[in-house]
Design a protein around this ligand. Sequence first.
Ligand code: NAD
Length: 500
Amino acid sequence: ALTSQTTTTAPPASGTPRDIRNFIGGDFVDGVAGFDKIDPVDGAVIGRVHEAGRHEVDRAVAAARAAFDGPWGRMSVGDRATLLRRIADAIERRFDDLVAAEVGDTGKPETLARDLDVARAAMNFRSFADTVASTGLDSFLTELADGRRALNYAIRKPLGVVAIIVPWNLPLLLLTWKLAPALASGNTVVIKPSEETPSSATLLAEILSEAGVPDGVVNVVHGFGEDSAGAFLTGHPGIDGVTFTGETSTGSAIMRAVAPRVRPVSFELGGKNAAVVFADADLDAAIAGLARSTYLNTGQVCLCTERIYVERPIFDEMAAGLAEQARRLRLGRPENPATTTGPLISQAHRAKVLSYFDLAREEGATVLAGGGVPTLGDGLDGGSWIEPTLWSGLDNSNRAVREEVFGPVAAIIPFDTEAEAIALANDTDYGLAAVTWTSDLTRGHRVAQRMRTGMSWVNTWYLRDLRSPFGGMGLSGIGREGGHHSLEFYTEPTNVCVQL
Ligand code: NAD
């Protein structure tokens, strides 16, 4: 149960680092070690995170198991849907606190945290309340040759204790995208947020408790991946499945961790997403759309475009237009409403992105916009800022065009025919998202369907219906989330056959 003594997630008085604790069995508990949470805006230490060791992870899994075996496991679907709606309301009541937590950890513009991250968190719970309340399973009236008849019907059972491992780019949005269907399906969970973004998950644990989620149903452990909370959790014999969003190489490590016990996994992994722009596209809309799909959240969205193929007659105009958009982005403090673009998540991530800036130059790129570290003044230069960047002069043989950068950068490349554009877009081991820009709707459908990706947008990007399937092919993941697709992962169907 929560007490004021153990509740440590309220937004800090400015300048005071917070203690960010694990949440196990309804209590906030200390870790075995601690690490600093750095503000990517200016490099200040804003929090001290309690790292969970094996013992804390054991306790969290045991708490989740006990809760699963308790009244939670017998709750009706209707009651769970009602609770999910109550959680959505509770998120809206604590909207500003969640925005502050998300902005503090990521440095993203406050407007973005409001309009995207926190708004979607509430929507995720409402959407899965609707889905679970309205999704049935197969039933068949079976008639055998010998005249016997039977009723076959399937029911869903929760998986059990689910490990939820999430990244730092859209921390609350991606967490609730997994947590809502996991709870809707009757599971209990242990969450391992990213070490870079521990705050919103910790605050959410408090909000869930206040909304009436029983102790032990949702647990949060903090720490890193390897040799830390992430690996302790995914290798734990007490978990019944892992849902993970993050890098492809981490997905691979998690698969190895669960392989001995053959646990199901749901993976949303990396991407190297392509956009294709045909000469008949509405150019202004395409330029604005590509600026958004390349630079939103400083390029740190798994769906972001990093390869832009443009039909040759409009190549120069598109390149100039997009470079101009990149230069017009306003880097600055998150609370300034004019800010469009925040920093990268950390100095370590900036070093990785800058290594790709160097690599692209070595591979012969022409830098049409950005290309380095900006000087911002205003106390910001200790932060992990980077310039929105656009390259031309590269092709699909370059590493900078094949490997995920996960920063505000794309390569713009010309093509001559529709077939060539499709081949170039599909020439990748990833397969997450694609965008097609054209005024010819027949071509739009045709090209969109030939993209070897889980999501294929036409004349828009990141326009979501939470009931539709979301996920990737190839190195971009395993499984789909969204609507009943999520329920398929978080439940085991049992078929019942009754002879009539
Ligand atoms: P990451 O894989 O480094 O970390 C993600 C999470 O996994 C973190 O909580 C981390 O602590 C944990 N982790 C790391 N190693 C682990 C291990 N061995 N065992 C268990 N847990 C471990 O990813 P990131 O850098 O936080 O996020 C960026 C990546 O996420 C990018 O590749 C991006 O494309 C991807 N992403 C994909 C989607 C999608 O829906 N496909 C969405 C967002 C981000």
